[in-house]
Write a protein that binds this ligand. Structure first.
Ligand SMILES: [Zn+2]
Length: 75
């Protein structure tokens, strides 16, 4: 198993200067947008630790969604 096979359903951009993390209020480092799954188009500005938490939540949920959706075949 390779991490390369693990598609993150998240788009990552740099956070605008001076923006703040939506969860903890610290300076944001990245802007995350979920692609697909129940979090589709949800996202926001996050600092690094919160961004990782958000990614994890999206990945976990999208894996669960994929398992329930016969049209999708997670590799
Ligand atoms: Zn944060």
């Amino acid at each position: 198993m390779s991490l390369n096979e693990f598609r993150r359903p998240i788009s990552v951009d740099s956070a605008p200067r001076g923006s703040r993390c939506e969860w903890c209020g610290q300076p944001a480092e990245q802007q995350l947008t979920a692609i697909g799954g129940i979090y589709h188009n949800e996202g926001g500005l996050f600092c690094r630790p919160c961004g990782e938490q958000f990614s994890l939540a999206v990945v976990t949920n999208s894996a669960r969604t994929a398992a329930n959706d016969t049209n999708l075949h997670p590799l």
